[in-house]
Every structure is written in C-alpha cells, then in structure tokens.
Design a binder for this molecule. Structure first.
Ligand code: IPM
Ligand code: MN
Length: 366
C-alpha cells in the first residue's frame, strides 16, 4: 500500500527523534512492501523564524491533505519571552484544534528491562499497564477569555478559562469507556469536583454515560489524589480519562514509572475509528509526550523511543497495520532487553548509545 505521512520535526531534539522514526518506517517499508511518502512541514520556533508564525497555512494544509501526521516537538529558550505574542507551542495547539483532535491517547507501559531506571520501587511496577486519555481541544488550554491586561492604575491581570460543554465531556468519556471495555474494564475519571464547577459538570456527565457501560467499573478520583495514587499504586489503573491540563500533568508524572519521559508515545485522534461522524476520513497526529529538550538538542543523545513508538501507534490507528506496529514494539522491547540504552534510561553499569545507534538497532532488528 501507498501512504502519505506529513512529518513535522519542529525544534530542539524534534528533528533527531523524527529522523530515527523515519529510519524505522523505511525498514518497515522494505520488510512489508509498503510505500510511505514523507512530506516535511515547518512548525514551531523554526516557523516563527522563517514566517513569523508558529503554524504557517501551508503546514496546516499539509496536515489536512495527508493520511497521518508525525510530530516531533516545539519550543526553546530562543522563543521563550514571557511577553512574546507568538510562541512555538501555538503551532501544535492550532493543529490539534484545526484537525479536531480531541482525544490524546497516552499508553503507559513499563519495560521489564529498564524497570531499574525508574526511581519508583520495582515491586510497585510489575504490572503497570494504563492508558491516560487526555481531552485535548478544550478546557483550560482553549477556554475564553484568555488574556492579560493592565488596570488603569497599571496593575497586571491575567485570566484563563476552564470551560467545557457536555458534548465535549461526553465524547471523550465515551471513548474512555470504549477503551476500558476492550481492556481490563476499569475507567478512572479525574476532576476537582470539590472545587470546580466544570468538574461537577464533568462528573455528572460521566456518571450518566456510565449507564451505557454497566460492564465497566467507573471510579471518580480527585486530580490531586490521583497524582499521589499513580505513584503509590500504579498497577491498579487501567484507563484514566482527564481534562486537558490534568491529563498533561499526570502523564508527565506517569512517565517516571517508565524510567524516562523519552519513552512515552501518544496518538491524538478525532474518534476511535479513522472515519468521522460526517463520513469523511479523519487525519490523526502522533507525537512523543516529551518536549523539545533544548538542553540536549543537537548532541545526538536524545531518546527516540517515544517517537518511534508513536510511529507504531500511527501504523496501528491510522493505517490498520497491526502486524507492523507490533513488530516495532517488539523490536523496541528486544533492543532494551539486549541492553541498549540512551543516557536517560541508563544505569551506571550500562553502556550508553547515541540517538542514532539505538535507532539503527531498532530499525535493524525489524
Ligand atoms: C504535551 C506538551 C504540550 C502541551 C506543549 C508543548 C504545548 O506539554 O504535549 O504534553 O502542553 O500539551
Ligand atoms: Mn505535556
């Protein structure tokens, strides 16, 4: 088969980790006989430098006219002034919104070979296998008003708005129930019901949707308490559904279980199937959960596994290539078992390999 993939390397370590993922795709293409046509788009800080905007129209159009999008990372100190009108992050936020990617799927899996890379006791990590389902186009990230201003006496003010509609809550929660139903049948919904009105609405809608899923056990947990339990007893979670900001925070926290932020992939989807309710095919985006890591950019030491595993999710969700996706995941697991480690997941006794070297062995063992 012939597939077009729009690739957005972005800033910092983005181009390095994307480079290794393309290498893995090329290996898949020669082994399984698929043809991947890659088109590269400009986004983030690189786009600000060239075009004065984090998401040029051409880039958004390329994301619409494609079969799937593979994204690296955006941002860096060069563009980090607190008063900047344009910021690299606007690029990825605008694509999420522009493609209607309301569901961000973040699987959290601990690889036995690197269990000691986590600061958490290994006995707590034996059976960790959860999915954090993060709402991605609403809540605090997008609610209006969102602005800063000065009072007539020159005092600074700032506001962000945490707003949801019941439709937005229902679609993400329903997806959470569907995913849980196909797994261990446990859905954890997180909120700040004790403080926030939007959370009270979220919990009410979630409880209503639950009546359609009597086979799935639903529990509600306050977000602060979840932050504690995810470390204290991570094995008990199956699918966790969360508001945009809560999901952002707890997924970075959950990455500690896996030894490194560099290990976690994600898929941003506009539904569970690749066809929208209007019947037209939808485009999904795949990205590691880490950022651009400017401190290590250009050194060739970044961990490309989160991006490579995002590539596997792309093959599975967007192209239905399950065998190929499984092969990539098995290759990653095998390479870790053989002892290959980038610096972020290495213990003192391990030999550290570069971004390229680990990419080579993952692609080579396919
Ligand atoms: C993520 C990142 C982004 C987010 C940033 C880069 C805007 O942290 O994908 O988790 O906050 O969503
Ligand atoms: Mn994040």
């Amino acid at each position: 088969m012939n597939y077009t993939v729009t690739v957005l390397p972005g800033d910092g370590i983005g181009p390095e980790v994307i480079g290794e993922t393309i290498k893995v795709f090329e290996s898949i293409s020669s082994r399984y006989g698929h043809q991947f046509n890659f088109r590269t788009g400009v986004i983030g800080g690189a786009a600000i430098d060239q075009f004065g905007t984090a998401l040029p129209d051409d880039t958004l159009q390329m994301c619409k006219d494609t079969d799937a999008v593979l994204f690296g990372a955006v941002g860096g100190p060069k563009w980090d002034h607190v008063n900047a009108a344009v910021r690299p992050e606007q690029g990825i936020l605008a694509i999420r919104k522009g493609l209607g990617l309301y569901a961000n799927v973040r699987p959290v899996k601990v690889y036995p070979a690197i269990i000691n890379s986590s600061p958490i006791k290994p006995e707590l990590l034996q059976n960790v296998d959860m999915i954090i389902l993060r709402e991605l186009t609403g809540g605090l990230y997008f609610g209006k008003p969102k602005k800063r201003w000065k009072t007539p006496t020159g005092k600074r003010r700032g506001v962000d708005t945490l707003k949801y509609t019941e439709e937005e809550v229902e679609r993400i929660v329903r997806m959470g129930f569907e995913m849980a139903r196909a797994r261990r049948k446990r859905l954890t919904s997180t909120d700040k019901f004790n403080v926030l009105e939007s959370s009270r609405m979220w919990r009410e809608v979630t409880t209503e949707v639950a009546t359609d899923y009597p086979d799935v056990e639903l529990e509600h947990i306050l977000a602060d308490n979840l932050a504690m339990q995810i470390i204290q007893d991570p094995e008990r979670f199956d699918v966790i559904v969360a508001e945009n900001t809560f999901g952002d925070i707890i997924s970075d926290e959950a990455s500690v279980l896996c030894g490194s932020l560099g290990m976690l992939p994600s898929a941003s989807l506009s539904g569970l199937t690749s066809t929208s309710t209007s019947g037209s095919p939808t485009v999904s985006l795949y990205e590691p959960i880490h950022g651009s890591a400017p401190d290590i950019a250009g050194k060739g030491i970044a961990n490309p596994i989160g991006t490579i595993l995002s590539g596997a999710m792309l093959l599975r969700y967007s192209f239905g290539l399950h065998e190929e996706a499984n092969a990539i995941e098995a290759s990653v697991e095998g390479v870790l078992a053989e002892g290959y480690r980038t610096a972020d997941i290495a213990s003192v006794e391990d030999t550290v390999v570069s971004t390229r070297e680990i990419g080579d062995v993952i692609a080579g063992s396919l």
